[in-house]
Design a protein around this ligand. Structure first.
Ligand code: ADP
Ligand code: MG
Length: 547
């Protein structure tokens, strides 16, 4: 049956909006806390019960509201932050849509207590209807108390998570916001217990360390009026999911697949394909170069110049790794320290970041690079496929991993040196493989193997890369057929080789590694060299910190 068109009642509109803005208690907390930040609060205390389903209370010491605004703010599209559409281009506040409070109020029991230094107001609302307005006693600031969220939205209620996981979401949301606002003190109580507390501080790194623990490397990059700064984790600490990834655009938490990809590309082959690096990145862009208003929760961003954003982020990370020397790679014993950082080297133009606290991030003088000319570094011992080098310090080099890196980088060069084989090696493909024989020969070229698909099931190899002995060609092709990707094929092939090394060979490998762009990782992102200190050996053998 077709019904007559009617305008929706404001209550219904608010409830629909609630469906967009409010997914769960955590999204309500996000809206309320962002309002407190916009109100210039320096202290924000959040309290929840049953993961926020029973109670969410956000208290701030911000500018408060007068009586009129305290009532007004409950109406849809009531905002003090936006007047004209042009303002949308220059907004610096967190909120601007003016729909969060109205939406939350329409699906809960809400109470606002606010004092702006002159008048105090208490407004009580029952699922969207104001039930009382009066004065209250409190210091300057605003407290918003929400009970029984989604009480009148059974559909939403049905899909809510358990109190524990919804509490965990609230914590994540609050900590994410806290990362971008180190100057504000935050706390979270759940069931009367303090679960998170962070005092205000001047240095974003201090806040980051408190919340995320130590992240190894600091990055910073400027490209015209675009800038990025932050911290990234060591490749070997990458996770199996995105839980360690935090990105912000002008202090707003966002998720952008573009940035994710730029980060991953920045790690390049240092990172295992299946892993997600941990990072904390703050992008600063001119407000008119992006649009944050594409998602009701302002989580997505649309960039005017995507390729510039990509380059900025990718470069910040790749440059950091390129400028790194193995001594920046701390051994596991040092990981608990704040990591040293080539801050100066990275800086192209001074960035007015928040001021640094002394002693937080140590600046290290530039270090000698790991691979010194062989005159000063000598291979002095072999332990299987590991070589011990002596120079200004001792280091252990994983020769198989090093060969993989050399092979990988040499193969990538366009006109890499190849050894023409004395006689083409013929390789028989399976019927299945033969279907893509032409493609196989093309992708083999990319790893330095000159191969021709002869039709039928035959492949002929005419030349092999320098890293490959004639007798190894068919084994390598077999491995490549399984892996299909250069990094994995080369890495696994080199590591599976049964090889005995001599000291001379080790020295040669070290010299060739010295010419590589990335001397510290195999193509799959595993570390291949470590500095060794005598004290560490003592500790390792005795298991005692004092030795
Ligand atoms: P928006 O943040 O998009 O403006 P909201 O619905 O979240 O919309 O808030 C509506 C208005 O209520 C805000 O513009 C602001 O003027 C006022 N407000 C909300 N929370 C606070 C607070 N904690 N302190 C002071 N004013 C607030
Ligand atoms: Mg808001």
């Amino acid at each position: 049956m077709i019904k007559k068109i009617e305008l929706l009642l404001p209550e219904v509109i608010n409830q629909i909006a609630a469906g967009e803005v409010l997914e769960n208690p955590a999204s309500a907390v996000k809206e309320l806390v962002e309002n407190s930040i916009d109100a210039e609060a320096l202290r924000i205390a959040v309290e929840i019960k049953s993961g926020g389903h029973q109670l969410i209370c956000v208290e701030d010491d911000g500018i408060g509201m007068n009586r009129e605004d305290a009532v007004h703010c409950l109406q849809r599209h009531a905002t003090s932050k936006l007047r004209q559409t042009d303002d949308l281009l220059t907004l610096t506040t967190m909120g601007f849509r003016g729909e969060a409070l109205a939406a939350i109020a329409s699906v809960s029991q809400l109470e606002i207590q606010t004092f702006n230094g002159q008048e105090s107001t208490c407004v009580k609302v029952d699922t969207g209807r104001i039930v009382s307005i009066g004065p209250c006693a409190r210091n300057r600031g605003t407290t918003i108390d929400i009970r029984s969220l989604f009480q009148n939205v059974p559909a939403r209620q049905k899909f809510q998570k358990s109190a524990a996981s919804s509490g965990a979401q609230v914590l994540r949301v609050l900590q994410t916001i806290a990362l971008a606002h180190p100057n504000i003190a935050f706390s979270l109580q759940s069931q009367g217990r303090c679960v998170f507390q962070s005092e205000s501080c001047l240095d974003w790194r201090v806040r980051a360390k408190e919340i995320l623990g130590p992240l190894s490397f600091e990055v910073v990059q400027v490209l015209d009026s675009y800038a990025v700064h932050g911290l990234i984790g060591a490749p070997e600490e990458a996770k199996g999911n995105r839980s360690g990834q935090y990105m912000f655009l002008n202090q707003r938490p966002i998720f952008s697949p573009l940035i994710s990809r730029a980060v991953k590309d920045g790690y390049a082959t240092r990172l295992n394909e299946a892993k997600y690096p941990s990072f904390l990145l703050f992008l600063t862009l001119p407000p008119d170069e992006f649009d944050i208003n594409v998602h009701p929760q302002k989580r997505d961003a649309r960039f005017q110049n995507e390729s510039k954003v990509y380059r900025l982020v990718e470069r910040s990370i790749s440059k950091m790794f390129e400028s790194m020397t193995p001594q920046n790679f701390a051994s596991p014993l040092q990981f608990s320290d704040p990591m040293p950082l080539p801050w100066d080297v990275q800086m192209e133009r001074p960035l007015n970041l928040q001021c640094k606290q002394e002693g937080d991030i140590r600046q290290k003088e530039s270090q000698p690079s790991f691979i010194l000319p062989s005159v000063s570094r000598k291979a002095i011992a072999l332990i299987g496929s590991f070589a011990l080098f002596e120079g200004d310090y001792f280091s252990l080099l994983d020769l198989k991993g090093a060969e993989a890196r050399i092979f990988f980088e040499e193969a990538e060069e366009k006109d890499s040196e190849k050894e023409t084989l004395s006689w083409p090696i013929e390789i028989e493909l399976s019927l299945e493989e033969a279907k893509t024989g032409e493609e196989l020969s093309q992708s083999l070229k990319k790893v330095g193997v000159e191969a021709r698909f002869l039709g039928g099931r035959m492949l002929a190899v005419d030349a092999a890369p320098r890293g490959l002995d004639e007798s190894e060609v068919s084994d390598f092709v077999a491995r490549f057929k399984i892996e299909r990707k250069a990094a994995a094929a080369i890495s696994r092939f080199c590591r599976s080789r049964k090889k005995k090394y001599s000291l001379e060979e080790a020295a040669l490998i070290e010299q060739r590694l010295a010419k590589c762009k990335d001397k510290n990782y195999d193509p799959l992102g595993r570390m291949i060299a470590r500095e060794i200190r005598e004290e560490q050996l003592g500790q390792w053998i005795t298991g005692d910190e004092d030795s």
